[in-house]
Write a protein that binds this ligand. Structure first.
Ligand code: GLC
Length: 562
């Protein structure tokens, strides 16, 4: 089967605001990215994903777009972006943009017009509903962001109607039922493709379609989520019938003819419904990333769960779909702190083990900035130092219910999105080499030990291990095409799997724990001859039978000798 470029790719996510600041205003920018592109080329990634860099009031760090055709002045100009595109393309790196199509900012011209009058040309770009007879909200939906009275509807005095906002009051939902809005979006997507972008990451695409008549949710109130009787029900606007028509039209109007790659943020997508979105014959999206493995709620993955989810998604690929492999991004905490071990002793080894999982399981690996140097979670003492709206909103709610500030921070810090959003740690100089100004969010105090320069200087470099894995992807067909088979089912610490295609078989053996583990290698594996290709424990015996004793967080990759 002919492969598509994005099946061979390794994608690197850039959170521009925290990547590299070239002008000292404390905010990362495009010139900063340009100054570091050579590092990414050296790492070997061949695609970068920019989280939103459009003009935005930054209520949700750019996911509230005010002008879909321009770059936020804090990041640079359109000309800077064109220069960056040329530079990246010159290095063989493709560029994909984050597209927020569920909502815009209330400062977007479309919304400013829409709220002016009921007969404004832009009125139906958004979702307006009259109040109920008693003047109250059209239904009982709560918004994801804790704001106002908690409703997902905001009353607008000028026209006496409510508009829908699943997220912030300042992020009104767009109305995909309305054809002129859809045309406007297609033109805008073409604008970016004409500039040279290679694809899009589609923000919360499963929520574009809303249920007809906006019925009340029947979900029981959840004391942790409830807002004054308004109920946060993620299912109400997720995977609603009609969503596939919207995506198919996007494909036939833009993505297909322009041959651009799409990856969707799959809230509400599991291996069960994935093929409805990503099966090639559906002509909707190329791939989605799901939350079945890396979930913001639990932040732990058992060996059994890993085997189960990976096997199920391998099935999606076998049926002509595709998958994304990742463990963290700008919406999560740091993967080494959640799923590995961020102690001095095991940070590097466990960061490498997690990397090996992402790069050797079926699908396209997505790296989140800083992961390749083992950046860890942060903990601030004061809520003043946090920026993430969920952390701050939940904190205020906890304080209001009588929880102490310390307890609130202790509870919220490990899962705050700010863990991933602290500035990139380039070196041990002030502000980790991110900016000569005051960073928009505090640098992780661990930057003196954990930074790119220190990592690369060590003979145990995590960066170098990522480089090896990325190189392996280019040189070993089994990593992309190989069937996935797990061994040692039920084992609590050892994760062992092979990837086999016609020309090659690879074997990955990992001790997913902080203790030394003895185990028996299955006979069918021991009956063959293997050669070691990669390890995170360099001084160990490279022959397979020595592996009966696996060191804490040890990971080994072998190839079958034919
Ligand atoms: C997505 C983004 C997240 C944002 C939300 C609302 O989940 O990844 O950062 O807050 O959408 O746009």
């Amino acid at each position: 089967m002919d492969r598509k470029w994005w099946q061979e790719a390794v994608v690197y996510e850039i959170y521009c605001k925290s990547f590299c600041d070239s002008d000292g205003d404390g905010i990362g920018d495009l010139r900063g990215v340009m100054s570091k592109l050579h590092v990414l080329r050296d790492l070997g990634v061949n695609c970068i994903w920019f989280t939103p860099i459009y003009t935005s009031p930054q209520v949700d760090n750019g996911y509230d777009v005010a002008d879909y055709r321009n770059i936020d002045p804090a990041y640079g100009t359109l000309d800077d972006f064109k220069e960056l595109l040329d530079m990246a393309h010159g290095m063989g790196i493709r560029v994909i943009m984050d597209m927020v199509l569920n909502h815009s900012s209330d400062e977007c011209e479309w919304f400013k017009e829409s709220r002016k009058s009921k007969d404004n040309h832009y009125r139906n770009y958004y979702i307006w509903q009259p109040p109920k007879e008693d003047g109250s909200e059209p239904n009982n939906w709560g918004s994801y962001f804790r704001e106002g009275n908690g409703s997902a509807w905001e009353f607008d005095e000028t026209t006496g109607e409510y508009y829908l906002h699943q997220y912030s009051i300042k992020m009104p939902d767009l109305n995909w039922e309305y054809e002129p809005l859809r045309r406007e979006i297609y033109d805008m997507l073409n604008f970016w493709i004409d500039l040279g972008v290679d694809g899009f990451r589609l923000d919360i695409f499963t929520r574009l379609k809303k249920p007809e008549g906006f019925p009340d949710t029947k979900k029981e109130p959840d004391p942790l989520l409830d807002r004054n009787g308004f109920i946060v029900d993620t299912t109400m606007c997720t995977n609603v019938e009609g969503i596939h028509e919207i995506l198919h039209e996007l494909y036939t109007e833009v993505f297909g003819p322009r041959e651009c790659m799409t990856v969707g943020e799959g809230a509400g997508v599991s291996h069960k419904n994935a093929l409805d979105y990503v099966s090639a014959s559906r002509e909707e999206l190329d791939m989605v990333y799901h939350f079945e493995l890396s979930s913001r709620r639990t932040y732990s993955i058992s060996a059994d769960h890993f085997r189960k989810i990976q096997s199920e998604w391998a099935g999606v690929i076998k049926n002509n779909g595709w998958a994304v492999q990742y463990l963290s991004n700008h919406d999560s905490a740091r993967q080494v702190s959640c799923y590995g071990c961020d102690s001095d002793e095991f940070r590097a080894d466990s960061a490498k083990l997690l990397a090996a999982f992402i790069h050797t399981t079926p699908g396209t690996p997505f790296i989140y900035q800083g992961e390749e140097i083992g950046m860890v979670n942060v903990k601030y003492d004061s809520i003043e130092d946090y920026n993430c709206c969920y952390t701050v909103g939940d904190y205020n709610a906890m304080i209001a219910s009588g929880v102490s500030p310390k307890e609130a921070i202790d509870t919220l810090a490990p899962r705050s999105r700010d863990n991933a959003r602290t500035p990139y740690q380039w070196d041990a100089t002030e502000n980790a080499g991110f900016s000569i100004g005051k960073p928009w969010i505090k640098v992780n105090p661990k930057y003196k030990e954990i930074n790119l320069e220190a990592d690369r200087a060590s003979d145990d470099s995590i960066f170098a291990f990522y480089k090896e894995l990325i190189k392996m992807r280019r040189e070993n067909p089994a990593i992309i095409d190989g069937d996935l088979t797990f061994y040692l089912d039920g084992h609590e610490e050892i994760i062992m799997y092979s990837r086999a295609c016609a020309s090659q078989t690879l074997l990955v053996v990992a001790n997913y724990s902080g203790k030394t583990v003895k185990f028996d290698i299955p006979k069918e594996i021991m009956d063959c001859a293997w050669t070691r290709k990669l390890t995170n424990k360099k001084d160990t015996d490279p022959s397979l039978d020595s592996l009966r004793d696996l060191l804490p967080w040890e990971v080994e990759i072998y190839e079958l000798v034919k």
